[in-house]
Write a protein that binds this ligand. Structure first.
Ligand SMILES: Nc1nc2c(ncn2[C@@H]2O[C@H](COP(=O)(O)OP(=O)(O)OP(=O)(O)O)[C@@H](O)[C@H]2O)c(=O)[nH]1
Ligand SMILES: [Mg+2]
Length: 354
């Protein structure tokens, strides 16, 4: 799962990327030059820590999210260049970094700091590019319909109707993520990376000690959060012990970073289930609503192929009872079939036979 970090030039994208990835990318003016860096980030999870302490495995593996630092958007109503658009289309969601910090030495491209203006500007840019893509597709569909060759009429008509809906929504500045789309249409859309269908986390980048400005922003599959970007980037580069001292000094109890990573994970509609053992304690990522069979397939295709049963125990039961055999003894280890819907935080053991 990949999230693109986007925002106006000099809004703090690379700073936030460095903080999130605990990396050390040069924070310099790229002058809006198109340029992408990616890094894989562990999703911090105290449940994994606890399970790891219980089982003392050789390896502990957290769930992961990938972040990409994507410069080059201008927040203006204009067509995005092919290469950049291609990058953006491949993302599963966006983190829009919005400048809120005041610093005269860092010029804002619009000359002043105004979070809501920048949020709306970026939304408009993404929306316009979807509109261009929709219109292009509509032209193709009209041609296909006229020629009558290729796909059957009903399929083409269905797609024409869907794109008319898209066009109507975008023409009234409604992002595509607000539309209900049937699972069947959803399948046909897999190849299109419409930008306003992707989940969006708006992230206000604050100065040290600055209170988050009041911003009214509520849409389906979007979230708003704030982060002291530069402070957290500095913190991320300290040794854990030093970071702890620093946090106490500044009265920081929770890292904005961890919250951002969790919000990203939630916005993407993901959840974790765990496997435990002496070799490995591991968090696996599946979509919310995934079945036991899908969970098995995430671990290994062989587990899905030879699936017999899933042994499932909740995190709380396992931790309270102290082990799998204790859980089995108390009847808390359930046997579930292929269609069972796995819940967040369950410990799953797949029984299989090839
Ligand atoms: N005071 C202050 N400065 C910040 C903060 N976040 C970023 N900056 C500064 O703002 C400048 C731009 O930050 P970057 O992280 O490079 O911004 P960017 O969005 O990646 O910029 P481009 O890649 O050029 O579009 C740098 O000089 C940062 O040090 C912050 O929270 N407070
Ligand atoms: Mg940058």
């Amino acid at each position: 799962m990949r999230l693109g970090i986007i925002g106006l030039p000099q809004s703090g994208k690379t700073t936030v990327f460095n903080a999130l990835t605990r990396g050390n990318q040069p924070v310099t003016t790229s002058g809006g030059r198109f340029d992408v860096r990616t890094a894989v980030v562990d999703v911090p999870d105290p449940r994994v820590d606890r399970l790891s302490a219980m089982f003392k495995p050789k390896k502990t593996i957290y769930a992961k999210v990938t972040y990409a630092d994507i410069a080059g958007l201008e927040g203006s109503k204009s067509a995005i260049s092919g290469a950049l658009l291609n990058q953006l289309s491949q993302m599963d969601g966006f983190v829009h970094v919005v400048r809120s910090f005041e610093d005269p030495s860092v010029p804002h491209p619009a000359g002043s700091v105004d979070a809501l203006r920048d949020i709306t500007g970026m939304d408009a840019e993404l929306l316009l590019n979807d509109l261009i893509a929709v219109e292009r597709r509509q032209e193709r569909l009209a041609e296909e319909r006229k020629k009558g060759a290729g796909r059957d009429k009903a399929t083409v008509d269905r797609e024409i109707a869907l794109f008319e809906r898209f066009h109507a929504a975008l023409s009234t500045e409604q992002p595509l993520r607000e539309l209900e789309i049937s699972p069947e249409d959803e399948k046909n859309l897999a190849g299109f990376g419409f930008l306003t269908r992707k989940p969006l986390l708006v992230l206000l980048n604050l100065s040290e000690g600055q209170a988050a400005p009041q911003v009214e922003y509520a849409q389906p599959r979007t979230a708003l959060a704030a982060l002291q970007g530069k402070l957290e980037m500095d913190l991320a580069q300290l040794e854990p012990d030093d970071a702890q001292i620093f946090m106490e000094e500044y009265g920081i109890t929770e890292l904005g970073l961890d919250r951002v990573i969790h919000l990203s994970y939630d916005l993407l509609g993901l959840q974790s289930f765990f496997t435990v053992g002496e070799d490995e304690v591991r968090a696996w990522t599946v979509n919310r609503g995934a079945t036991a069979l899908e969970a098995a397939g995430t671990i290994h295709t062989d587990l899905a192929k030879g699936f017999i049963r899933a042994e499932v125990v909740t995190y709380d039961d396992l931790v309270t009872l102290g082990g799998l055999s204790e859980a089995r003894g108390k009847g808390k280890l359930r046997l579930e079939g292929k269609e069972y819907i796995v819940k967040d935080g369950e410990i799953v053991h797949i029984r299989f036979n090839l």
